[in-house]
Design a protein around this ligand. Structure first.
Ligand code: M7G
Length: 324
């Protein structure tokens, strides 16, 4: 693999001794003196490489991400300055390795320095596990875990009480039973319409997740879907057919909320094993009121998630892996 070949010599390279603290304090001009300790994560799909290294004797984390193409610069890309090396030719098909000029070929680099052990863990690839959460596992492990955790959701209450982000509200239905606040998600820059990402946070307290939903919540769910979509069409001109409206299970916080994203947004949150389309959820409950109390729900946990620890202590993985 090309990427790997490029990075091996880095590890072997000798640290340059003439790099002083003063040089670093002034401005980092290159990675001269950077000594790679470990590749923390590599993703071909996301075209990124996260490294732990030493810089100036201290721990550093470097996040390297290949930049997306800029469609405004197509003319600069498609000319004689981009050299080609042919890698395959077959009839009318040919492939090349293309070398565009430097400015069109940038890599975004984020440096955390000095990095703490927490930073190193945060960017380390963690082992993932698939959980088939039955009704019984939910009652025995997940529910007690949710109830025992003091999740900090002050930021949610701040939104609902209009203490923060009130100037960003796109739409509000203030009914305590079926009402919600629709506002931009923190992940959205609020500029790129193709990356639109809004969140509906319900006024009603006590609805933890998908697991709690039954037919008594149908008015709430239908209200969010129809009024949320209408508000987005009204404000941004984006129709239903361009929107993904879904709920995460497991969510990262247990106050009921719904995600609205543009169909073009390839966000990692919309994973087949975590996103449940709101329209499907409504239909499932219409067919069977207690569908989500009984349904086995499948999702992924990572080894440093507290839920992973709780499942492990319960012996879930041992039983699961002995089934096959
Ligand atoms: P989730 O489905 O619980 O989990 O979504 P995820 O974070 O793994 O997707 C929570 C959503 O809340 C995420 O999309 C966050 O970006 C968003 N979010 C988190 N915080 C702390 C804030 C905040 O303070 N303001 C806003 N507007 N969104 C937030």
């Amino acid at each position: 693999m090309e990427g790997k070949e490029e990075h091996v010599p880095l590890k072997k390279r000798k640290v340059e001794q003439d790099f002083t603290e003063k040089d670093f304090a002034e401005k980092l001009q290159s990675f001269r003196g950077f000594q790679t300790v470990k590749v923390l994560r590599e993703s071909n799909a996301n075209k990124c490489l996260f490294l732990h290294g030493k810089l100036n004797g201290q721990d550093a984390v470097v996040l390297l991400e290949k930049s997306p193409f800029d469609k405004e610069k197509v003319d600069e890309l498609m000319n004689e300055n981009t050299s080609l090396v042919e890698t395959l030719k077959n009839d009318i098909y040919s492939t090349y390795t293309a070398f565009p000029e430097k400015s069109l070929n940038a890599v975004k680099a984020t440096l955390i320095h000095p990095a703490t052990p927490k930073h190193i863990t945060k960017y380390t690839d963690q082992e993932a596990f698939v959980v088939h959460e039955t009704e019984d596992i939910y009652q025995s492990v997940t529910l007690p875990y949710i109830e025992s955790q003091a999740f900090s959701i002050q930021w949610v209450y701040n939104i609902l009480e209009k203490k923060t982000e009130s100037d960003r509200i796109v739409y509000e239905d203030d009914s305590p039973e079926v009402g919600f606040i629709l506002l931009p998600d923190m992940k959205w820059d609020r500029k790129d319409i193709d990356a639109l990402y809004l969140q509906a946070v319900v006024h009603k307290h006590g609805v933890k997740s998908l697991r709690d939903l039954d037919q008594s919540y149908l008015p709430l769910l239908r209200n969010i879907l129809t009024k949320g979509e209408a508000a987005i069409k009204n404000k941004y001109g984006i129709p239903r057919s361009k929107l993904k409206v879904y709920i995460h299970y497991q969510p990262s916080y247990y106050h009921f909320h719904v995600h609205f994203t543009h169909v073009k947004l390839e966000n990692p949150g919309f994973e087949a094993d975590r996103a449940h389309l709101l329209s499907d959820v409504i239909e499932n409950i219409e067919m069977k009121s207690d569908f989500y109390q009984h349904k086995t729900l499948t999702y992924k946990v990572r080894e440093q998630d507290k839920l992973y620890q709780a499942l492990k202590e319960y012996g879930y993985f041992e039983k699961e892996d002995n089934k096959s």
